[in-house]
Design a protein around this ligand. Structure first.
Ligand code: AKG
Length: 216
């Protein structure tokens, strides 16, 4: 079995090839679809509410289970990462796994989409402007993805006055983010309080002008 350190290094090596050697992790999310569950992800660009510029941002989407056509693998519109930001509408549909249930307001020709079929332990990388989404999981198998958002250190937050990120490789010569503290111990009170402050700050940015907070 591969060690955690070597897996992290292999992920960062691939990310470094795309965004260079000085790398921040801005956040992570699980996208979990239980068997026979209506949860889905509408067509969207990640950049829509993140407030991060420029759009030189990449997500490593790591399959923690097999991700197949049958269980709602992620689908992408090839080449759409070269588009500008597209307008989105918020739906807040409960089955939509996105924070605002946001969906793009341009027509997507499903027939042109590619499905990213992955074995557990494999990953795909996607650009922050790539139009992507996924269907519900009508199968008997769980589909679990873990998305890690990586930025080069020169990216900045333009929608909020303060933002946080973890330096995971290289050097931060810009100081655009508060660099997150390493927890003093697993689940310590202070580490949990710090985590809550960062998540609360991100929720304010992502949910701005909606009067809502992110779902837990
Ligand atoms: O897991 C999915 O189906 C979608 C994931 C996603 O939207 C993302 O990682 O940005």
């Amino acid at each position: 079995m591969r060690s955690r350190t070597s897996s992290a290094r292999r992920i960062l090596d691939a990310v470094e090839d795309i965004i260079g050697p000085d790398i921040l992790c801005w956040g992570t999310s699980f996208f979990i679809k239980e068997p026979h569950n209506p949860a889905y992800v509408s067509w969207h660009q990640d950049s829509t509410y993140w407030g991060l510029e420029p759009a030189d941002i990449v997500t490593a989407w790591i399959a923690l289970s097999d991700s197949t056509t049958e269980n709602g693998a992620m689908r992408v519109m090839p080449g759409s990462h070269t588009m500008a930001q597209v307008p989105h509408r918020d739906t807040f549909r409960p089955e939509n796994l996105l924070s605002r249930g946001q969906e793009i307001m341009v027509e997507v020709d499903d027939a042109q989409a590619d499905t990213l079929v992955l074995k557990a332990g494999e990953m795909s990388l996607h650009h922050v402007r790539l139009i992507h989404g996924s269907e519900p999981n009508p199968s008997d198998e769980r589909r679990i993805g873990f998305a890690i958002r990586y930025l080069p250190t020169y990216v900045r937050q333009v929608a909020g006055s303060h933002d946080w990120a973890t330096l995971v490789r290289g050097v931060d010569r810009y100081g655009n983010f508060e660099l997150e503290q390493r927890p003093d111990a697993d689940m310590s009170e202070s580490a949990q309080a710090y985590h809550a402050a960062v998540v609360g700050g991100h929720s304010k940015i992502l949910m701005r002008e909606t009067g809502r907070r992110m779902r837990a």
